[in-house]
Write a protein that binds this ligand. Structure first.
Ligand SMILES: *Cc1c(COP(=O)(O)O)cnc(C)c1O
Length: 361
């Protein structure tokens, strides 16, 4: 046996080349970096969660089919009867399952750039080639370039977030439908921010045999629970289910998820409050000199400043954590992304920004 082992000799080169997904420490900070819902659940519901958790048979494996939770999701999210659903430990896990399933030698997974970073990262995990097509300067889909790239690469899978992260906009639905029609593979519409947008492609599922739709409870207020779902035809989900680890959704997630969905009105009211705050924050940002604000249909706002890295650092010194996107993509030069928080958190953010911008460099 050799007395030292070298990971470089064992681990795949694509993995060695990756940077781990970095989650910055946020203890004691106003946390506006991760699109979390800033509101907690009402006391009565938390009590009920405490009871359900206390009584949960944690010595047993959970229901591998999560039947009761799925029924609750169907009802609350108005999932068409003829569509099947598959649950994931967050929608991240669903992206991974799809990528693994499609990773034939030479297969391509396609998305746009800038987009949710996990599409590209998970392609590397699953050993499937990734092709990212740049968005146009206003973050809209570049239809001609997309259709040309689809003809050339024949992608097995395309992921499009609707609304898109980190840009916050909804793509033109007509262009998405043309992409679906032109693609030899499947198109997954990732509606993680559905609660904050007034649009969905869920009613197109029955029309397009290669369309699948992803949702998550994370941005709606249950990020810590880890529950995402894929909605689509049985013929696709039967195959993908084979790759899902049987107990990927734990019993606490099943019980608590089902209970909170009975009170979905609370989450939706919180989402509405966030939408109102989004409008307010947009206007306040737009009123500041030297800031370009982009329209958002999600629970965050993308904006451009003269020196993103300096402002990001100074906000951090004020105890406010947002996301610095400078350097992640040419379209995001000097761009910052702020999650919409509570009215108080948002005021503190705007106030800190005022102070920083008024200060000479
Ligand atoms: C946040 C986010 C997700 C991740 O959701 P989880 O369910 O928490 O894994 C998926 N897609 C997009 C576009 C996101 O922004």
């Amino acid at each position: 046996m050799p007395n030292s082992y070298d990971p470089d000799q064992i681990i795949r080169s694509e993995i060695l080349a990756l940077n781990a997904y970095h989650v910055p420490p946020a203890t004691g900070m106003i946390k506006l970096d991760a699109m979390e819902n800033p509101y907690t659940l009402p006391a009565a519901l938390r009590q009920e969660i405490a009871r359900l958790t206390a009584e949960a048979p944690v010595n047993r494996y959970p229901d591998a089919d999560a039947t009761l939770l799925k029924t609750a999701l169907r009802k609350t999210l108005h999932i068409p009867d003829e569509m099947a659903i598959m649950l994931g430990n967050g929608s991240d896990e669903i992206i991974q399952i799809i990528a693994m399933a499609a990773a034939k030698p030479g297969a391509v997974l396609m998305s746009v750039e800038p987009a949710f970073a996990m599409f590209r990262m998970i392609a590397a995990f699953a050993n499937i080639s990734y092709v990212g097509i740049p968005l146009k300067s206003g973050f809209s889909l570049d239809q001609d370039t997309m259709l040309t790239a689809i003809a050339k690469h024949q992608p097995a899978v395309i992921f499009l977030a609707y609304p898109n992260n980190p840009t916050g906009n909804l793509f033109d639905a007509e262009v998405i439908l043309r992409i679906i029609e032109a693609t030899p593979g499947i198109v997954i519409i990732d509606e993680a921010y559905h609660a904050f947008a007034d649009a969905s492609l869920i009613d197109k599922l029955t029309q397009y045999p290669n369309l699948l739709l992803m949702r998550t409870l994370s941005k709606l207020g249950l990020a810590g629970l880890r529950l995402g779902l894929l909605i689509g035809r049985q013929e696709w989900l039967v195959q993908l289910e084979k790759l899902r680890l049987p107990y990927n959704v734990g019993i606490i997630t099943q019980l608590v998820g089902k209970e909170v969905l009975r009170h979905a009105d609370i989450l939706l009211a919180q989402a509405n409050a966030i939408k109102l705050e989004r409008t307010k924050m947009h206007d306040e940002l737009a009123a500041l000199d030297g800031i370009e604000v982009f329209h958002s249909d999600a629970n965050f706002i993308l904006f451009r400043v003269a020196d993103a890295t300096r402002i990001f650092q100074e906000l951090k010194q004020h105890g406010i954590l947002i996301k610095n996107l400078n350097g992640t993509h040419p379209l995001l030069i000097n761009c910052l992304r702020v999650t919409v928080g509570t009215p108080d958190e948002n005021s503190q953010f705007i106030l800190a920004l005022h102070t920083i911008l008024d200060k000479p460099v």
